[in-house]
Design a protein around this ligand. Sequence first.
Ligand code: BG6
Length: 512
Amino acid sequence: MQYQDKKPEDQILVIFGATGDLTRRKLMPALFELEVLNMLPEKFVILGVGRSSISDSDFREQNKNALKDAITRVADKKKIKGFSDRLFYLQADTQSEESYMALSEKLQLLRKQNSIQPFNLIFYLSTPPSLYEVIPRLLANASLNDESEGWKRIIIEKPFGYDLQSAIQLNESLKKSWKENQLFRIDHYLGKETVQNVLVTRFSNGIFEPLWNRNFIHHVEITSAENFGVANRAGYYDQSGAIRDMVQNHLLQLVGLIAMEPPASMDADAIRNETVKVLQSLRPLSEKDVAENTIRGQYTESTIKGNKVKAYRSEEGVAADSQTETYAALKFYIDNWRWGGVPFYIRTGKHLPTRVTEAVIHFKPTPHYLFAQQEDCNACNQLIIRIQPDEGILIKFGMKTPGAGFNVQNVSMNFHYNDLSEVRIPDAYERLLLDAMIGDSTLYARIDAVFAAWKFIQPVLEAWKNNADIPLHGYPAGTWGPDIADELIEEADMGWRYPCAALTGDDNYCAL
Ligand code: BG6
């Protein structure tokens, strides 16, 4: 597996929030995979920064144990020790100016001990979003943005801002001491192989593109479902909710790729220019639109497979009267020539029946029903692009039921992405970390796209906050969200697909 033809230059990666969930679950396993694939720089160390008072060896032990659990391949397990030797730790209060003096000294020491030349530094902010303004400012005060002896980059996790205004403010603050080419705004969906495959599916095949417009497409549906709750992330999630956590970033980026015009080339800016045009063409939602075309929900207590599941409001760290949505569904339009009049539907939620992300392109039915029962087959003629799991593509169409008469039945043709090769599908963070180490920002979110997405979402945030007539519906954990979401799609026979973990399944509650 080769994502980039060149190896990154020697550098130090500093992870703020080094003992947090994201570092343990995503960043360390991704960095370890890069180690196994021999893609890390020759001279490379990782400095974890966190509040916990632990030593380098505690930090190594913690990560070794987490990696042992995450990595199943025996041959690779042997490499964990070598990888953990690259890890160092610094206890610091990231809000205090003095910490950055200590950080600077530690970095100089690591640089010397490991002969890292030039002094290339990459800072990963895996912290609560409230620190996204503070850390870069204090890094700059300590001259850790200075590129005279080597480049300096910052990777900022999503959400970039809390709403449009705060995103603008954050950008203004970052711009004071960092240049655009030093900033990497991560949206890990863009690093997913299958999200990138949307481009290949659309633009390497003559058969899809002619149909990819308002003349042939009835509507587009995107689902990102998760079959677990907020786990130990309530502190962050309760301030965020599904719309900020998933829709403003991951799902709108996916809309951008599904709806974009063909780019002039595969150049970073050519692609980002086209996706941003889609986001800028989203029809603004009025308060009435929000009331009629959005649904918000919150999971309630339930029993799933015999196990009791807590209501969201009973989760540790969640306010007992929390109004935060764990489910969001939206209907909206893209006002441009390709998509004029085609509704797009998005839904996402925690504690739904299964974990699945997919886009369903619903083609228009034939103009006239020639066969008896054909109208029962409105769900025929779908193209399903499965992002995860069981990554692949499924086409559904009508076929003659064998026997007398001309009865039509819905059949499926599917392709499973992992049939392509033996190679496992790499995790998005592997690709994105490597790209940032190399300085390639193609798969990172550009600021105009971030602003366009916030601009679209802003009326939803406002109406949900201020208009008490827009209900927050309860839905029992383990179900497909509030029933009323079915009414968003007007044609009952063309409603949401209820996917299963397996690509070909769509039996309503198959996951239970
Ligand atoms: C994160 C969200 O960005 O994406 C999480 O903060 C969510 O709440 C996750 O669970 C989903 O990512 P993936 O790659 O598992 O679909």
